[in-house]
Each structure stands twice: as C-alpha cells, then as structure tokens.
Design a protein around this ligand. Structure first.
Ligand SMILES: [Zn+2]
Length: 384
C-alpha cells in the first residue's frame, strides 16, 4: 500500500473510557461560563461595543473548536464527533448548573427555571448542535493542518515518519528511517493515557466533594430560605419580589454603589393609598459585612421602556433616601418564626413621614441610606 503524503501515524486508539474526559472538559467549560462569562461579557460589551461581542463569541466557541482539533488528530471518523458533543454538553450542563447553584441565593431556591425539563431539553439540544458544528470545524481543520491520522498496527507495520506500509522491511524503503530510530509520538499518547486514567477518579472525587458541599449549603442556606418563603407565602398580603441585600449606597444614579447580593424578597403594600410598600430581603449566607435580612420602605418601580412586563415585581427605594433596617442573624431568626414586628414597620413608616419619603419614579433609587435601629422591636435574648 502506498501513501498519499497526507497520512500521519498515530498510536492505536481506543474510544473506551473517553466519556469521563469529555464530561470533565464540558464541566470546566460550563463552570467557567456560568461563573465568569456573564459578568465578563457585560463588562466587555459596555467598554468595547464592537470588539467586545466578537471577543466574547470567540471565547465561547474556541474551547469547542479545540476539542474538535484534539479529536481530529485521532483516527475516529467525523460522525463520532456528534457523540463526543453529547458528552461535552452533558458535562457543560452539569458544570453550568453547579456553578449557578453555588452562586444562587438559597442554593437553588430562586432557580425554578432549571427545574423545567422541557426548557432544559431544548437548551441542551441547541448547545449540542452548536458544539457539534464547532467541533466538526476543529476536526476538519486538524486534518487539513496535521494530516489524516492512521492507526499504527501491532506489531508496527507503518513507518512512523512517512506512514509507508513497510511491514518487516528495515530500514524504511521510502524514507530510510530504521525501525528502532523512529519513535511514536509519545507525548500525545501519554497525555491521552493520563487523561483517561485520571478522569474517572476525578469525576468521582468531584461528585463526592460536591455532594458534601451541597449537603452543607442545603442545611445552612436552602432550608432557612425555604422557611423564609413559607413564612411570607403563608402570611396574607406578601408578594414575592426581586430583592437584594446591600450595604453602602454610593452616589451613582441607580444606587448600586457599595456591596450587594441578590436575595429572596417579599413586599407588602401599606394600604394607605400612598403606594408605599414594606420590603423584606433575606439571604441566609452573606459575607460578614452584610446583614442577613433587611426591612425597608419601597414602592413599585416605574419600569423602563421595553422591560418585560411579566418579570418579577421591581422596587423603587424612593427619595430622599432608602429607609432601611439591617437585621442580624438572631433578629432574622425571630422574623422567620414570628414575622416582621409591627413596631419596626411602624418605625419605618414614621421615619418616612418625617423625611417626606416618596417614590423616586424609576427602578431602585439614588439618595442616602436612612438607617432604623431594629433592636428595640425585638425581644431581648436572655443569657440562659
Ligand atoms: Zn518511512
């Protein structure tokens, strides 16, 4: 058998145990996408309106093309790329879900969208088509650039250097390389072997580690958040709302200066015809400098043009400032048990009347932070 000059001899290839490697690769990609890409793309699009989206599209697409190139350097045919994409997309969904869960308030309490199987199915099929296409491009590119891979036989019948099928003739009649001098591309083979050997234990370790982490998050985050949701769902007049826990307001017009975290929230109208509402925000797990619960005055936001009307209720914190009571963990525990003390609500309303609080007329608000001390409205904890 002659050779076309396009073949490249590779180690005997096995597709066995490839799936853990692919799931791991997909998971890394999914984690990165869920953890960073959203923030990064917002930043890039804001700073570079034209170059930003182009760079982002490449960041999203390149890992798939790279997997395609790696596969294209191995013997499997193009149709196998479609199967590979299945494993990568499974990994991508797992990694993306895990990263979103870790970032979410209440460890998944606010993520009902992910629980709708039809929606997940459609998204996964779309990802699969996208990934397959990009991998096929990489696969094709690898064969154009590096030649068509041809598996070495055992014992070796092909010349490692020129791919000539020389059988037992030594040295190679085509290029003159002695059989002993030519070496297989060991580096690539070793990397593949290592990846395949390591991937299953790595997956198992990740699964065990994540299960432990999830158990911890469910106990300290999900369960308290569900208690909060049940408490306010059960009380008349409270409506679920978009909320966050924040610390210091800066001077920017949206009032988003300082630290803030998405939270679970409920509002209740005061019913005095002023449109004023009381908002309770709660996040069981917060960094040390943020309160776990906040009770504040707000109004229903005037939504900007084009805002989806079916979205969650948005809040306007009003002017001349946001009137807020920061609750510590013990006080928050009491709210989970007994609801918001009427005395605290009255104190917030009284302060609003005193400063002439009124809706700001947009979403969130600017202005300063007017703090109400919640301590007098909670039972003093006895030191028993
Ligand atoms: Zn040769």
């Amino acid at each position: 058998m002659g050779h076309s000059g396009r073949e490249r001899i590779v180690q005997p290839y096995s597709t066995r145990r490839l799936w853990p490697v692919l799931i791991l690769a997909g998971m890394a990609y999914g984690c990165a996408a869920a953890a960073f890409v959203e923030d990064l793309s917002e930043l890039m699009v804001r700073n570079w309106p034209i170059a930003g989206p182009i760079v982002m599209a490449h960041l999203m697409a390149l890992p798939m093309v790279v997997i395609g190139v790696v596969l294209g350097r191995q013997p499997p045919p193009a149709w196998r790329v479609l199967l590979v994409a299945v494993w990568v997309v499974i990994g991508l969904s797992l990694g993306g879900t895990a990263a979103s869960l870790v970032k979410s308030e209440g460890f998944g309490v606010g993520m009902q969208a992910y629980l709708v199987p039809l929606r997940v199915g459609i998204v996964m099929i779309a990802y699969w088509a996208f990934a397959s296409l990009l991998m096929l491009i990489g696969w094709w590119l690898a064969r154009r650039l590096f030649g068509v891979p041809l598996e070495q036989t055992d014992p070796p019948r092909y010349c490692w250097v020129c791919a000539y099928e020389r059988g037992q003739i030594d040295p190679c009649p085509e290029c003159g390389t002695p059989a002993a001098a030519a070496r297989p591309p060991l580096r690539e083979a070793a990397a593949w072997r290592l990846a395949r050997l390591g991937a299953t234990p790595a997956l198992a370790l990740l699964a065990v580690g994540f299960a432990g982490y999830a158990a911890w998050r469910v106990s300290v985050d999900t369960l308290p958040t569900l208690r909060f949701v049940q408490k306010f769902d059960a009380e008349r007049g409270w409506t679920p709302t978009y909320a966050y826990i924040d610390h210091i307001h800066g001077a920017d017009s949206r009032g988003l200066g300082g630290r803030y975290l998405n939270a679970t929230g409920f509002t209740r109208e005061l019913g005095d015809g002023s449109g004023r509402m009381i908002l309770v925000s709660y996040r069981a797990l917060v960094p040390g400098d943020l309160p776990v619960m906040q009770v504040r005055m707000c109004a229903e936001a005037t939504l900007p043009l084009g805002w989806p009307p079916q979205g969650q209720r948005m809040t306007d914190w009003g002017s001349p400032g946001t009137i807020v009571a920061d609750l510590n963990r013990e006080q928050a525990e009491q709210v989970l048990k007994n609801g918001v003390p009427q005395g605290l609500i009255d104190a917030i309303v009284a302060e609003a009347d005193r400063v002439g609080w009124k809706p700001w007329g947009g979403m969130q608000s600017g202005g300063t932070r007017i703090e109400i001390d919640p301590a007098p409205h909670f039972a003093v904890k006895s030191n028993e």
